[in-house]
Design a protein around this ligand. Structure first.
Ligand SMILES: Cc1cn([C@H]2C[C@H](O)[C@@H](COP(=O)(O)OP(=O)(O)O[C@H]3O[C@@H](C)[C@H](O)[C@@H](O)[C@H]3O)O2)c(=O)[nH]c1=O
Length: 349
Protein backbone atom coordinates (compact mmCIF):
# COMPACT_ATOMS: atom_id res chain seq x y z
CA UNK A 1 0.00 0.00 0.00
CA UNK A 2 1.25 3.49 -0.82
CA UNK A 3 2.16 5.68 2.14
CA UNK A 4 -0.51 8.18 3.11
CA UNK A 5 0.36 11.72 2.09
CA UNK A 6 2.26 13.64 4.74
CA UNK A 7 0.02 16.11 6.55
CA UNK A 8 1.03 19.74 6.62
CA UNK A 9 -0.67 22.61 8.41
CA UNK A 10 0.21 26.11 7.24
CA UNK A 11 -0.92 28.90 9.57
CA UNK A 12 -1.32 32.49 8.43
CA UNK A 13 -2.53 35.57 10.25
CA UNK A 14 -2.98 38.72 8.23
CA UNK A 15 -0.92 41.65 9.42
CA UNK A 16 -2.22 43.88 6.66
CA UNK A 17 -2.80 43.95 2.91
CA UNK A 18 -2.49 40.78 0.81
CA UNK A 19 1.12 39.66 1.07
CA UNK A 20 0.90 37.32 4.06
CA UNK A 21 -2.01 35.39 2.56
CA UNK A 22 -0.58 35.56 -0.96
CA UNK A 23 2.68 33.89 0.08
CA UNK A 24 1.00 31.31 2.35
CA UNK A 25 -1.43 30.33 -0.39
CA UNK A 26 1.29 29.93 -3.00
CA UNK A 27 3.33 27.78 -0.64
CA UNK A 28 0.32 25.62 0.31
CA UNK A 29 -0.63 25.11 -3.34
CA UNK A 30 2.89 24.15 -4.33
CA UNK A 31 3.22 21.67 -1.47
CA UNK A 32 -0.06 20.02 -2.45
CA UNK A 33 0.29 20.13 -6.21
CA UNK A 34 3.96 19.48 -6.70
CA UNK A 35 5.01 17.61 -3.58
CA UNK A 36 1.98 15.43 -2.88
CA UNK A 37 1.45 16.79 0.64
CA UNK A 38 -1.94 16.89 2.29
CA UNK A 39 -2.15 20.56 3.11
CA UNK A 40 -4.49 22.53 5.29
CA UNK A 41 -4.12 26.31 5.14
CA UNK A 42 -5.39 28.01 8.29
CA UNK A 43 -6.35 31.63 7.70
CA UNK A 44 -7.72 34.18 10.14
CA UNK A 45 -8.94 36.17 7.11
CA UNK A 46 -10.38 33.91 4.43
CA UNK A 47 -11.83 37.05 2.85
CA UNK A 48 -8.33 38.23 1.90
CA UNK A 49 -7.63 35.04 -0.05
CA UNK A 50 -11.10 35.35 -1.59
CA UNK A 51 -9.98 38.68 -3.05
CA UNK A 52 -7.10 36.91 -4.81
CA UNK A 53 -9.22 33.84 -5.61
CA UNK A 54 -12.80 35.04 -6.17
CA UNK A 55 -14.17 31.50 -6.48
CA UNK A 56 -13.68 31.08 -2.70
CA UNK A 57 -16.47 31.63 -0.21
CA UNK A 58 -15.17 34.20 2.29
CA UNK A 59 -17.68 33.00 4.92
CA UNK A 60 -16.85 29.29 4.72
CA UNK A 61 -15.16 27.42 7.58
CA UNK A 62 -13.69 24.73 5.36
CA UNK A 63 -13.34 24.51 1.60
CA UNK A 64 -10.97 22.97 -0.90
CA UNK A 65 -9.18 24.87 -3.65
CA UNK A 66 -6.68 23.24 -6.00
CA UNK A 67 -6.13 20.38 -3.59
CA UNK A 68 -5.57 22.62 -0.54
CA UNK A 69 -8.00 22.56 2.39
CA UNK A 70 -8.67 26.13 3.40
CA UNK A 71 -9.74 26.31 7.01
CA UNK A 72 -10.81 29.31 8.97
CA UNK A 73 -8.48 29.86 11.95
CA UNK A 74 -9.75 28.21 15.16
CA UNK A 75 -8.28 28.83 18.57
CA UNK A 76 -9.43 25.37 19.70
CA UNK A 77 -7.76 23.44 16.83
CA UNK A 78 -5.84 20.45 18.22
CA UNK A 79 -5.81 18.02 15.30
CA UNK A 80 -2.08 18.37 14.66
CA UNK A 81 -0.27 17.66 11.42
CA UNK A 82 3.15 16.09 10.85
CA UNK A 83 4.67 19.35 9.62
CA UNK A 84 3.53 22.72 10.93
CA UNK A 85 4.44 25.94 9.16
CA UNK A 86 3.69 29.28 10.72
CA UNK A 87 4.17 32.11 8.29
CA UNK A 88 5.88 35.29 9.40
CA UNK A 89 5.99 34.34 13.08
CA UNK A 90 2.20 34.26 13.41
CA UNK A 91 2.14 31.61 16.23
CA UNK A 92 -0.31 28.72 15.83
CA UNK A 93 -3.17 28.66 18.38
CA UNK A 94 -2.03 27.91 21.96
CA UNK A 95 -4.21 24.76 22.18
CA UNK A 96 -2.61 23.49 18.98
CA UNK A 97 0.91 24.13 20.27
CA UNK A 98 0.07 22.30 23.53
CA UNK A 99 -1.21 19.36 21.47
CA UNK A 100 2.06 19.39 19.52
CA UNK A 101 4.04 19.31 22.78
CA UNK A 102 1.91 16.47 24.17
CA UNK A 103 2.19 14.23 21.12
CA UNK A 104 4.64 11.36 21.15
CA UNK A 105 6.00 12.12 17.69
CA UNK A 106 6.57 15.83 17.72
CA UNK A 107 5.52 17.65 14.58
CA UNK A 108 8.29 19.40 12.70
CA UNK A 109 7.67 23.09 13.22
CA UNK A 110 8.83 25.81 10.83
CA UNK A 111 8.60 29.57 10.93
CA UNK A 112 8.67 30.85 7.35
CA UNK A 113 10.15 34.33 7.53
CA UNK A 114 9.90 37.45 5.39
CA UNK A 115 11.98 37.82 2.26
CA UNK A 116 15.12 39.91 2.42
CA UNK A 117 18.25 40.20 0.29
CA UNK A 118 20.37 41.14 3.32
CA UNK A 119 23.49 39.10 4.03
CA UNK A 120 22.51 38.07 7.58
CA UNK A 121 19.69 35.90 6.17
CA UNK A 122 22.15 33.16 5.19
CA UNK A 123 23.34 32.89 8.80
CA UNK A 124 19.83 32.65 10.25
CA UNK A 125 18.30 30.32 7.68
CA UNK A 126 17.42 26.91 9.20
CA UNK A 127 18.47 27.87 12.73
CA UNK A 128 16.65 25.99 15.50
CA UNK A 129 14.78 27.86 18.20
CA UNK A 130 14.01 25.63 21.21
CA UNK A 131 10.76 26.52 22.94
CA UNK A 132 11.52 27.96 26.41
CA UNK A 133 8.63 26.17 28.13
CA UNK A 134 7.67 23.15 26.00
CA UNK A 135 9.57 20.20 24.51
CA UNK A 136 9.39 21.63 21.02
CA UNK A 137 11.89 23.09 18.56
CA UNK A 138 10.94 25.50 15.82
CA UNK A 139 13.23 26.12 12.83
CA UNK A 140 13.53 29.38 10.97
CA UNK A 141 13.26 29.14 7.23
CA UNK A 142 14.21 32.17 5.15
CA UNK A 143 13.36 32.82 1.54
CA UNK A 144 16.12 34.55 -0.34
CA UNK A 145 18.14 35.16 -3.44
CA UNK A 146 21.21 33.03 -2.83
CA UNK A 147 21.81 29.27 -2.69
CA UNK A 148 22.36 29.47 1.09
CA UNK A 149 18.78 30.60 1.66
CA UNK A 150 15.46 28.84 1.10
CA UNK A 151 15.07 30.41 -2.36
CA UNK A 152 11.84 31.71 -3.86
CA UNK A 153 8.45 30.13 -4.57
CA UNK A 154 8.17 29.10 -8.21
CA UNK A 155 5.75 26.69 -9.84
CA UNK A 156 7.68 24.12 -11.90
CA UNK A 157 6.11 25.28 -15.18
CA UNK A 158 6.04 29.01 -14.43
CA UNK A 159 8.80 30.09 -16.79
CA UNK A 160 7.56 27.80 -19.56
CA UNK A 161 4.10 29.33 -19.30
CA UNK A 162 5.60 32.80 -19.17
CA UNK A 163 7.71 32.16 -22.28
CA UNK A 164 4.72 30.75 -24.18
CA UNK A 165 2.69 33.85 -23.29
CA UNK A 166 5.43 36.34 -24.04
CA UNK A 167 6.18 34.79 -27.41
CA UNK A 168 2.52 34.64 -28.48
CA UNK A 169 1.05 37.82 -30.00
CA UNK A 170 -2.35 36.15 -29.96
CA UNK A 171 -2.25 35.25 -26.27
CA UNK A 172 -1.24 38.79 -25.38
CA UNK A 173 -3.85 40.41 -27.64
CA UNK A 174 -6.50 38.18 -26.07
CA UNK A 175 -5.26 39.11 -22.62
CA UNK A 176 -5.54 42.86 -23.35
CA UNK A 177 -8.96 42.52 -24.96
CA UNK A 178 -10.26 40.65 -21.89
CA UNK A 179 -8.71 43.22 -19.57
CA UNK A 180 -9.51 46.50 -21.28
CA UNK A 181 -11.67 45.70 -24.27
CA UNK A 182 -8.86 46.68 -26.65
CA UNK A 183 -5.24 45.99 -27.49
CA UNK A 184 -2.73 48.78 -26.66
CA UNK A 185 -1.53 50.72 -29.68
CA UNK A 186 1.54 49.13 -31.35
CA UNK A 187 4.68 50.47 -29.74
CA UNK A 188 2.85 51.85 -26.68
CA UNK A 189 4.80 51.40 -23.47
CA UNK A 190 2.77 49.09 -21.24
CA UNK A 191 3.20 49.76 -17.53
CA UNK A 192 1.42 48.14 -14.58
CA UNK A 193 1.23 49.80 -11.19
CA UNK A 194 0.49 48.14 -7.86
CA UNK A 195 1.40 50.60 -5.13
CA UNK A 196 0.66 51.69 -1.59
CA UNK A 197 -1.78 54.54 -1.05
CA UNK A 198 -0.22 57.92 -1.68
CA UNK A 199 2.21 56.71 -4.37
CA UNK A 200 3.15 59.27 -7.03
CA UNK A 201 0.99 57.71 -9.74
CA UNK A 202 -0.01 61.03 -11.26
CA UNK A 203 3.61 62.13 -11.50
CA UNK A 204 4.38 58.82 -13.18
CA UNK A 205 1.48 59.23 -15.59
CA UNK A 206 2.71 62.69 -16.54
CA UNK A 207 6.27 61.44 -16.97
CA UNK A 208 5.24 58.53 -19.21
CA UNK A 209 3.16 60.79 -21.45
CA UNK A 210 -0.19 60.22 -23.16
CA UNK A 211 0.94 57.39 -25.44
CA UNK A 212 1.78 54.99 -22.64
CA UNK A 213 -0.69 52.33 -21.54
CA UNK A 214 -0.79 52.60 -17.76
CA UNK A 215 -2.67 49.84 -15.97
CA UNK A 216 -3.58 50.24 -12.32
CA UNK A 217 -5.53 47.21 -11.04
CA UNK A 218 -8.27 48.29 -8.70
CA UNK A 219 -8.47 51.70 -10.43
CA UNK A 220 -8.63 51.72 -14.24
CA UNK A 221 -9.06 47.94 -14.47
CA UNK A 222 -10.44 45.54 -11.84
CA UNK A 223 -8.25 43.99 -9.15
CA UNK A 224 -7.30 40.73 -10.85
CA UNK A 225 -7.38 37.12 -9.69
CA UNK A 226 -3.84 36.25 -8.65
CA UNK A 227 -2.93 34.06 -11.62
CA UNK A 228 -4.20 36.72 -14.05
CA UNK A 229 -2.08 39.29 -12.29
CA UNK A 230 0.95 37.17 -13.24
CA UNK A 231 -0.11 37.51 -16.86
CA UNK A 232 -0.35 41.27 -16.50
CA UNK A 233 3.24 41.29 -15.24
CA UNK A 234 4.30 39.17 -18.24
CA UNK A 235 2.39 41.41 -20.67
CA UNK A 236 3.86 44.74 -19.52
CA UNK A 237 7.19 46.38 -20.42
CA UNK A 238 7.61 47.70 -16.90
CA UNK A 239 5.95 46.74 -13.62
CA UNK A 240 5.64 48.75 -10.45
CA UNK A 241 5.16 46.26 -7.62
CA UNK A 242 5.17 46.31 -3.84
CA UNK A 243 5.44 44.23 -0.66
CA UNK A 244 6.73 40.69 -1.09
CA UNK A 245 4.73 38.49 -3.43
CA UNK A 246 4.20 40.85 -6.38
CA UNK A 247 7.87 41.81 -6.01
CA UNK A 248 8.87 38.18 -6.54
CA UNK A 249 6.40 37.62 -9.36
CA UNK A 250 7.73 40.70 -11.17
CA UNK A 251 11.16 39.10 -11.06
CA UNK A 252 9.85 35.90 -12.58
CA UNK A 253 8.25 38.00 -15.34
CA UNK A 254 11.74 38.81 -16.60
CA UNK A 255 10.78 42.43 -17.30
CA UNK A 256 12.09 45.63 -15.70
CA UNK A 257 10.34 46.44 -12.43
CA UNK A 258 10.29 49.05 -9.72
CA UNK A 259 9.80 47.84 -6.16
CA UNK A 260 7.88 49.88 -3.63
CA UNK A 261 8.98 48.36 -0.37
CA UNK A 262 6.66 48.06 2.63
CA UNK A 263 7.62 51.06 4.78
CA UNK A 264 8.99 50.22 8.24
CA UNK A 265 9.70 52.28 11.35
CA UNK A 266 12.91 54.29 11.45
CA UNK A 267 13.54 53.76 7.76
CA UNK A 268 14.60 50.10 8.26
CA UNK A 269 13.19 49.32 4.82
CA UNK A 270 15.87 51.39 3.05
CA UNK A 271 18.50 48.89 4.18
CA UNK A 272 16.44 46.06 2.70
CA UNK A 273 15.88 47.99 -0.51
CA UNK A 274 19.59 48.73 -0.93
CA UNK A 275 20.50 45.11 -0.22
CA UNK A 276 18.28 43.96 -3.06
CA UNK A 277 19.42 46.68 -5.44
CA UNK A 278 23.04 45.79 -4.77
CA UNK A 279 22.41 42.18 -5.82
CA UNK A 280 20.31 43.06 -8.83
CA UNK A 281 22.59 45.86 -10.01
CA UNK A 282 25.55 43.49 -10.19
CA UNK A 283 24.15 42.50 -13.59
CA UNK A 284 23.92 46.09 -14.85
CA UNK A 285 26.37 48.67 -16.18
CA UNK A 286 27.21 51.46 -13.73
CA UNK A 287 25.06 53.97 -15.56
CA UNK A 288 22.08 51.63 -15.84
CA UNK A 289 22.39 50.78 -12.15
CA UNK A 290 22.49 54.47 -11.21
CA UNK A 291 19.42 55.27 -13.33
CA UNK A 292 17.47 52.31 -11.95
CA UNK A 293 18.43 53.16 -8.39
CA UNK A 294 17.35 56.78 -8.88
CA UNK A 295 13.97 55.64 -10.20
CA UNK A 296 13.42 53.19 -7.32
CA UNK A 297 14.38 55.83 -4.78
CA UNK A 298 12.13 58.45 -6.34
CA UNK A 299 9.21 56.04 -6.45
CA UNK A 300 9.68 55.02 -2.83
CA UNK A 301 10.04 58.62 -1.67
CA UNK A 302 7.21 59.83 -3.88
CA UNK A 303 9.43 62.66 -5.09
CA UNK A 304 11.31 63.39 -8.27
CA UNK A 305 9.64 60.66 -10.33
CA UNK A 306 9.67 62.81 -13.51
CA UNK A 307 13.43 63.43 -13.66
CA UNK A 308 14.17 59.89 -12.52
CA UNK A 309 12.01 58.52 -15.33
CA UNK A 310 13.76 60.77 -17.84
CA UNK A 311 17.08 59.33 -16.71
CA UNK A 312 15.86 55.75 -16.92
CA UNK A 313 13.68 55.68 -20.04
CA UNK A 314 16.48 55.24 -22.58
CA UNK A 315 17.98 52.37 -20.60
CA UNK A 316 14.98 50.08 -20.65
CA UNK A 317 16.38 47.71 -23.29
CA UNK A 318 19.53 46.83 -21.35
CA UNK A 319 17.67 46.65 -18.05
CA UNK A 320 15.21 44.30 -19.72
CA UNK A 321 18.03 41.98 -20.77
CA UNK A 322 19.41 42.05 -17.25
CA UNK A 323 15.95 41.33 -15.82
CA UNK A 324 15.64 38.27 -18.04
CA UNK A 325 19.06 37.06 -17.01
CA UNK A 326 18.21 37.67 -13.35
CA UNK A 327 15.07 35.51 -13.58
CA UNK A 328 17.04 32.79 -15.33
CA UNK A 329 19.71 32.84 -12.67
CA UNK A 330 17.18 32.67 -9.83
CA UNK A 331 15.45 29.77 -11.55
CA UNK A 332 18.75 27.89 -11.40
CA UNK A 333 18.66 28.05 -7.61
CA UNK A 334 16.57 26.08 -5.15
CA UNK A 335 12.80 26.59 -5.12
CA UNK A 336 11.31 27.38 -1.72
CA UNK A 337 8.59 24.71 -1.42
CA UNK A 338 11.03 22.06 -2.63
CA UNK A 339 13.74 23.23 -0.22
CA UNK A 340 11.27 23.30 2.64
CA UNK A 341 10.01 19.78 1.90
CA UNK A 342 13.63 18.58 1.72
CA UNK A 343 14.61 20.30 4.95
CA UNK A 344 11.62 18.98 6.91
CA UNK A 345 12.23 15.45 5.69
CA UNK A 346 15.80 15.70 7.01
CA UNK A 347 14.44 16.75 10.41
CA UNK A 348 12.84 13.30 10.67
CA UNK A 349 16.20 11.60 10.80
C1 LIG B 1 -2.58 44.26 -8.09
C2 LIG B 1 -2.96 42.84 -7.82
C3 LIG B 1 -2.23 42.08 -6.91
N1 LIG B 1 -2.57 40.80 -6.70
C4 LIG B 1 -1.80 39.97 -5.76
C5 LIG B 1 -0.35 39.84 -6.06
C6 LIG B 1 0.18 39.39 -4.70
O1 LIG B 1 0.00 37.99 -4.59
C7 LIG B 1 -0.72 40.11 -3.72
C8 LIG B 1 -0.08 41.31 -3.06
O2 LIG B 1 0.88 40.95 -2.14
P1 LIG B 1 2.26 41.72 -2.02
O3 LIG B 1 2.77 41.95 -3.36
O4 LIG B 1 3.14 40.99 -1.09
O5 LIG B 1 1.88 43.17 -1.47
P2 LIG B 1 1.07 43.68 -0.17
O6 LIG B 1 1.55 45.02 0.13
O7 LIG B 1 -0.38 43.53 -0.41
O8 LIG B 1 1.46 42.71 0.95
C9 LIG B 1 2.37 42.72 1.98
O9 LIG B 1 3.69 42.79 1.88
C10 LIG B 1 4.35 42.15 2.96
C11 LIG B 1 5.82 42.31 2.78
C12 LIG B 1 3.85 42.69 4.26
O10 LIG B 1 4.45 42.07 5.30
C13 LIG B 1 2.38 42.43 4.35
O11 LIG B 1 1.88 42.80 5.60
C14 LIG B 1 1.73 43.13 3.23
O12 LIG B 1 1.82 44.53 3.36
O13 LIG B 1 -1.86 40.55 -4.46
C15 LIG B 1 -3.65 40.22 -7.35
O14 LIG B 1 -3.93 39.03 -7.15
N2 LIG B 1 -4.37 40.96 -8.21
C16 LIG B 1 -4.08 42.26 -8.49
O15 LIG B 1 -4.78 42.90 -9.29
Amino acid sequence: MANAAERWDVFCKVVDNYGDVAVSWRLARLLAREHGKRVRLWLDRVDVLAKLRPELDAASYLQVLEGVEIARWRDDATDIAEVVVETFGCDPPEAYVLAMAASETKPRWINLEYLSAEDWVEGSHRLPSPNPRLPLVKHYFFPGFTPRTGGLLREHDLLTRRDAFQSSEDAQAQFWRDLRGEVPRPGALKVSVFAYPGAAIEALRAALGPDACLVVPGENVPFLPQDRYDELLWACDLNFVRGEDSFVRAQWAGRPFVWQIYPQDEGAHWVKLSAFLARFSAGLSRDDAAALTALWEAWNKGEGVGPAWAGFAGRRATVREASQAWAQRLAGQGELAFELAKFTSKLLK
